[in-house]
Design a protein around this ligand. Structure first.
Ligand SMILES: N[C@@H](CCC(=O)N[C@@H](CS)C(=O)NCC(=O)O)C(=O)O
Length: 340
């Protein structure tokens, strides 16, 4: 059985930890692509590769950003298979037909079967977790970064010299909003993005209740905020342009009803019946912006969580609902329709 710091890959809470709380580890590879002269990792077309999983909300951030910034021909990517087993993420085999563009064997290392081999090829003594996303430099064969919050920021402007004007001008982290975005990232990460995991992986009642009540009070805060924005005809988190705040919140919200409500016990309410402004916002992104819809794969998402986390779902049965995974923009659940 594979171990990480004497923990099994599938131990989400350290065995014997009396708090029962899930604690996410820090990412280890923290280099930057930079267009400054002499940079170790300069922006170049075709040089970098993203290893992602369509299931993973952190990796999903990088796929959305890559597409919003028009970097499809500049940065290649591979998605792993949706199943996370005892050896961590694995690549699809050549005979497997899986949904999602580029869910294929590792095109850079045809003999690699697992993401862990990419980590060990950089550091044979690597003792952290084998997480996605991984931003890989094909030229030096080095991992640039395995931290999604930093990878997305490298994509905002470092490649701009290679991009046409229409993409160059897309600014997902505008100066005037940076302080507000940073402030919202802080509580949205702790309470919502990571909050669903803290709720789902908790091994004590206390740890679960603390996480789930914090999660829902922060969802209420998001609901109030988006309702005010929408009342002022501003569809996105910070106005009428998409920013990092939308990307980071979306990847959790789009998974909420299909997975987190039942699998992670985040069930005080669901989005479609309990948070009208969030529901409007997430559907606008999904249905109107291809960078969101085309990178969202509900089969990877549902199968990954329900068939990988055996300690939560022993028989790996994937619930059929909710139906549909996401509602069309002009349709509401019956109770909402009736109330209208
Ligand atoms: N801080 C990292 C977290 C990434 C992360 O935890 N990814 C999960 C998938 S959702 C993973 O690969 N987990 C595998 C493992 O922990 O063994 C980031 O944001 O890039």
């Amino acid at each position: 059985m594979a171990t990480v710091n004497s923990m099994k890959i599938t131990d989400w809470v350290k065995p014997g930890d009396k708090s029962g709380e899930f604690k996410r580890q820090q990412s280890i590879f923290r280099n930057w692509i930079s267009r400054e002269a002499g940079a170790q990792f300069p922006p170049e077309k075709g040089r970098y590769h993203l290893y992602v999983s369509y299931a993973c909300p952190w990796a999903h951030r990088t796929l959305i950003t890559r597409k919003l910034k028009g970097l499809e021909d500049i940065i290649s990517f591979t998605s792993v298979h949706w199943h996370l087993g005892a050896e961590g993420w694995r690549f699809a085999t050549p005979d497997e037909k899986l949904p999602g563009e580029n869910t294929i064997p590792d095109p850079l290392h045809p003999d690699f079967t697992h993401i862990r081999q990419v980590y060990f090829s950089n550091d044979p003594d690597y003792s952290g977790r084998f997480t996605v996303p991984v931003l890989f430099d094909k030229k030096t064969k080095l991992i640039v970064s395995n931290e999604s919050s930093e990878i997305i920021r490298m994509l905002y402007h470092e490649f701009d010299d290679l991009l046409p004007e229409e993409y160059k001008k897309i600014d997902l982290f505008p100066k005037a909003l940076q302080a507000e975005i940073e402030a919202s990232n802080d509580w949205i990460y702790n309470d919502i993005n990571n909050g669903v995991y803290k709720s789902g992986f908790a091994t004590t009642q206390e740890a679960y209740e603390k996480a789930v009540t914090t999660l829902f009070s922060s969802l209420d805060k998001v609901e109030d905020h988006l309702a005010k924005q929408q009342a002022a005809s501003k569809p996105y988190f910070f106005g009428d342009k998409i920013t990092e705040a939308d990307i980071r919140l979306y990847t959790t919200i789009v998974r909420f009803d299909p997975v987190y409500v039942q699998h992670f016990k985040c069930n005080l309410r669901d989005i479609r019946s309990g948070f009208p402004a969030i529901h409007r916002w997430v559907r606008k992104l999904y249905w109107e912006i291809p960078a969101f819809r085309d990178t969202t794969d509900f089969e990877h998402i549902k199968f990954h969580y329900t068939k990988s986390h055996k300690q939560i779902n022993q028989f790996a049965i994937t619930p059929l609902g909710p139906v549909p995974d996401i509602l069309p923009q002009d349709e509401e659940v019956r109770a909402v329709q009736a109330a209208e």
